[in-house]
Design a protein around this ligand. Structure first.
Ligand code: PMP
Length: 439
């Protein structure tokens, strides 16, 4: 039975990445969802302005995905992921490999973006060991980067608040972020700032390339407030990695599957990494799933071993890797993305979305607006003592008006479903303008 009523108090529930004290004073409880709308426990319809958590671009209850999961459930509800495969896992791996850039053909399943971050960096370190360079262990991330909440994710991620409470993490260093004063209110990719990639050279000079396994970046940072790479920046990172034999990992957990207007940001920005991390939109958020897609060369380095044939080449994996329900949801999701030409739809909508969000320039408290594809970030002028308070107040006022946008740090994030209509974009922007005037 699906529970749609709330009889118990909230106290047993410790919510993730949530201000629990605030939440329990003013709970936001979602009881159902359909298309671009959520319904809350008061029966209010709320526009889903963050596509779930960047997960649900095709809208909630997408009929083909729902049907595929139902059918899978009635056929094979679970198969052991170690030492066995099942048809949906094989089909999906092929499908993902056919969509990712040419050399990325080897798909390893995880259950989340965090697990993808851990998996990708383990694969990178192991790759160098396979090649006989065991000293290459350090991972270089970027300030303001987000790769998940696992020990790996928080170590090479660069969100200060996520790291300072935990103490020492994994061996990592960080490049500077690309949020420049000069680029405030740029539409799309800023022209200026590619030189920031050269900071990687300084980090390499400090640690020596012989100690660095990989660089991991989001093609554009999502959780930190939609930070778009300057033109030429990612290409420069690729060149530097190549020059020093360092693997490049793109965390496409947010940018993957259409959000940029191409299937992947690697294609949109024409820079191909060695490893690509996926999650979220992979299943339209319906069943938890992530994946790490590796180049043939990395895969082959593990297979070229003199271990006995029954020995595991990569001692890594999860009980739920390639869960049948997740695979079924993902196959259906990728079918819809392709058949309905969703990335192309996003590309066509982007200019409209861009003008709409930038129409808020000059609005009270807005100190920057950034956008790419169907993603926008607004920087909000902080109160003197609190970065988050004003974005929180804005997001809560939006919620009360029937719109979900996300607050995080000093930003508000807006990333509607790919199926959004222009009028719905206008409604969010109008509501945001009103809220800014009122608070
Ligand atoms: N990488 C990126 C780029 C993300 O945005 C996120 C989640 N916001 C993650 C990794 C972590 O994903 P998960 O929460 O599924 O572990």
């Amino acid at each position: 039975m699906v529970n749609q009523t709330i009889e118990e108090p909230l106290d047993a529930y410790w919510l993730p990445y949530t201000a629990n004290r605030q939440f329990k004073a003013e709970p936001r409880i979602i009881t159902s969802a359909q298309g671009c709308y959520l319904t809350d426990s008061d029966g209010r319809k709320i526009f889903d302005g963050l596509s779930g958590l960047w997960t649900s671009g095709l809208g909630h209850q997408q009929p083909k995905i729902v049907e595929a999961v139902k059918q899978q459930l009635q056929t094979l509800d679970f198969a052991p992921s170690f030492q066995f495969a099942h048809p949906s896992a094989i089909t999906l791996a092929h499908k993902i490999a056919s969509l990712t850039p040419d050399k990325l053909n080897r798909v390893f399943y995880t259950n989340s973006g965090s697990e993808s971050a851990d998996t990708a960096t383990k694969i990178a370190r192991g790759y160098w060991r396979q090649k006989g360079v065991a000293s290459k262990t350090k991972i270089i991330g970027r300030i303001k980067g987000y790769h998940g909440a696992s020990w790996g994710g928080i170590s090479f991620g660069g969100i200060g608040g996520n790291r300072k409470i935990w103490g020492q993490g994994m061996d990592a260093d960080h490049m500077p972020h690309t949020l420049l004063e000069e680029n405030r209110f740029t539409k799309g990719m800023p022209e200026y700032g590619a030189h920031l990639a050269d900071e990687l050279e300084n980090i390499i000079a400090l640690h020596d390339a012989s100690n660095i396994a990989a660089v991991i970046v989001e093609p554009f940072s999502g959780s930190a407030g939609v930070i778009i790479p300057p033109q030429g920046y990612l290409r420069r990172l690729r060149q530097i990695c190549d020059a020093h034999q360092i693997l490049l990992i793109f965390d496409e957990v947010i940018t993957g599957f259409g959000r940029t207007g191409s299937m992947f940001a690697a294609q949109e920005f024409d820079v191909i990494p060695d490893i690509m991390n996926l999650a979220k939109q992979l299943t339209n958020g319906v069943v938890p799933m992530g994946a790490v897609v590796c180049s043939d060369e990395i895969y082959q380095a593990y297979m070229d071993t003199d271990k006995p044939i029954h020995d595991v080449e990569l001692p890594h994996g999860y009980t739920y890797s390639g869960h049948p329900l997740a695979c079924a949801a993902a196959i259906a999701c990728l079918d819809v993305l392709q058949q309905d030409a969703i990335p192309q739809r996003v590309k066509k909508l982007t200019p409209y979305f861009e003008s709409a969000v930038h129409s808020l320039q000059g609005g009270k408290y807005i100190t920057d607006i950034r956008n790419y594809g169907l993603a926008a970030g607004f920087t909000i002028e902080p109160y003197s003592k609190s970065l988050t308070q004003r974005p929180f107040e804005i997001a809560m006022a939006m919620w009360r008006k029937g719109f979900y946008v996300r607050w995080g740090g000093d930003t508000i994030q807006f990333a509607p479903p790919f199926i959004v209509e222009k009028t719905q974009i206008d409604d969010v922007v109008t509501a945001l303008a009103d809220v800014l005037n009122q608070i």
